[in-house]
Design a protein around this ligand. Structure first.
Ligand code: SF4
Length: 267
């Protein structure tokens, strides 16, 4: 089996959700405009580092969705997202804080790692480059609101950054966050992961895979007001046996488990 960060985090969120998604093939319908736009924006960033016209690259990628029925959040539209994206690309070039000297080698890197139980773990790292002259493993994010920056050191607890650090052996990691708001902003969230955190994550992965392979998939419903993970879970219809809800949010992808690690590309 091949595992990824997404799979491990989905299992830790709710083992039942993992079973629905990865074993039974119930996948969320991917119609969110923000997700599609995020993927287009990352391709535009790749063009930027290859010294191509990143604005044109963004337009070309995003144009493929122009006539697609996507769900836009309040106030968003195809044109508005394009404008925000172009504005952010300009700002990124102007600030000029990130360098990827060897883009062919250091963008969208696939890293694999053998695990002890004949499985492997795969990660796709967005970039390895420099921020303000120092080497970092970098993850790009696009969002509509700023990421929280306080208290200091918070980002050293981010499981995705810890996972990538464990996979790559690189301790200095960062998220570059492109905030799509009226006045666009870019956050450079830099942190350092300790060797102890890397080892702990490795143990967590092994323990989680043992549970998956023992076919332990209890639900973590934990219905409590007001924070309740089930209300934002795309698989709620399956747990409630509500076919209308299933049809609204999910589609069945039989035999999907062999390609599960590809889901990570969407994160
Ligand atoms: S609705 Fe709740 S219990 Fe059911 S899969 Fe989703 S998170 Fe788990």
């Amino acid at each position: 089996m091949t595992y990824s960060y997404t799979q491990i985090s989905q299992y830790l969120r709710c083992p039942r959700l993992y079973r629905y998604r990865y074993l039974d093939g119930w996948q969320e319908k991917d119609t969110r405009a923000s997700m599609a736009f995020g993927r287009c924006f990352e391709k535009a960033l790749a063009a930027y580092f290859h010294r191509q016209d990143c604005g044109v690259a963004l337009y070309k990628e995003w144009a493929t969705y122009k006539d697609t029925a996507l769900e836009y959040s309040k106030g968003d539209s195809w044109d508005r997202l394009l404008q925000q994206g172009v504005h952010l690309l300009h700002l990124f070039a102007q600030q000029d804080r990130v360098r990827v000297p060897q883009p062919s080698r250091d963008l969208q890197l696939k890293i694999t790692r053998e695990l002890s139980n004949d499985s492997e773990f795969v990660a796709f790292v967005d970039a390895i480059g420099e921020i303000d002259g120092k080497r970092f493993l970098i993850d790009w994010k696009t969002t509509t609101s700023r990421y929280v920056e306080e208290p200091e050191g918070l980002w050293a607890l981010d499981p995705q950054l810890i996972c990538y650090s464990w996979m790559s052996g690189i301790r200095d990691v960062a998220m570059v966050v492109f905030v799509r708001k009226r006045l666009p902003e870019i956050q450079y969230l830099k942190t350092s992961i300790t060797e102890e955190q890397q080892n702990e994550y490795g143990h967590l992965v092994e323990a989680t895979i043992n549970q998956i392979e023992s076919e332990l998939f209890p639900s973590h419903s934990g219905i409590r007001f007001p924070m309740n993970g089930c209300t934002s879970c795309a698989h709620l219809g399956l747990c409630l046996k509500n076919q209308q809800l299933v049809d609204q949010t999910l589609m069945r992808r039989p035999g999907a488990s062999d390609l599960d690690w590809l889901d990570q590309l969407a994160d």
